[in-house]
Design a protein around this ligand. Sequence first.
Ligand SMILES: Cc1ncc(COP(=O)(O)O)c(C=O)c1O
Length: 353
Amino acid sequence: MIIEKIAESKFNDSVFNSTVFGKEFTDHMLIAHYKDGKWDEPKIVPYGPISMTPAAMSFHYGQTIFEGMKAYKNDNEEVFIFRPEKNFERFNLSAARLNMPQIPKEIFIDGLEAIIDLDRQWVPKDYGTSLYIRPVMFATEEAVSARASNEFIFAILLAYAPNYYDKPLSVKIADYYSRSAQGGVGFAKCGGNYAGSFFPTSEAQKDGYDQVIWTDSIEHKYIEEAGTMNVMVRIGNKILTAPTSERILNGVTRDSVLTLAKDSGYEVEVRPVEVQELYDAYKSGELKEVFGCGTAVVITQYDAVGFGEERAQLPTLAEEDSFALQLKKKLKDIQYGLAEDPYGWRIKIEEQA
Ligand SMILES: Cc1ncc(COP(=O)(O)O)c(C=O)c1O
């Protein structure tokens, strides 16, 4: 790996006062180019703009995929990342579905470790804050022709992540728009999935909600996932969540929360969850919690759920009564190196000599 260090670091502590997610980029970025059927040697260079022609195919045909991960620091200045293999596998699943080249582990995983090590002073220490990691691949071939590109850039960018969405959010259950369909690209982390969700989300915001809970595109009968989160509900003392499918992103947080929930003795069911079942549980007082799980937020409680015109207000439970907050703490304590990690999820970023 070629490393070209910045002449003088831009870092100063005020970066950590930012309240905006993903805007304060670190000193460096990793870049690799794919051309003539192969990747060149990745380079870590000072972060900044790159020059691209407006004819680059990703701008026209949306051949672009990404990942989202975080780096955490504990009080001993040790830096960790969380289950990076999962993001690596998912990135290559997204690449295959979008007809893009596979990225080798030596670029993705070794690249992550090298760049985070180099920019380790940018990893904040406060519990709840972290350094967001954005691996991304996009088509760069110069051609306005509707076919797969033959040239790509892979990059890793790092940006400060403050404590995100700490207050409960409200969600509207989709009854018209869809995020994805069977046979489509819902399971891939591709740009178009997000582009297509912004308009329905802004419509939901006009109705007073923060986000949308997507439902199946055929009948809008089953709940699937929310903005950038998988969704779980608690009916009585049981946690329910939809199985992953071609339409749903297979979240690393979802998988981790399910494991922690089962191992902590909560009753968990992974099965299709009907909107009607949720509504009936709300009416009978059995709908205790609805929450989202994702890297950016870890876990977010929803305090209002929109069923058509009806806004169901849920009580905001404190940690002693909330399964969501209890699981959030367990997961964060593992991520931040404060609790035992029996699963081997936490990977330490070693300091290069
Ligand atoms: C659409 C969508 N669903 C779910 C998730 C949660 O996935 P993860 O826990 O891997 O961050 C994300 C965020 O990455 C997402 O964008």
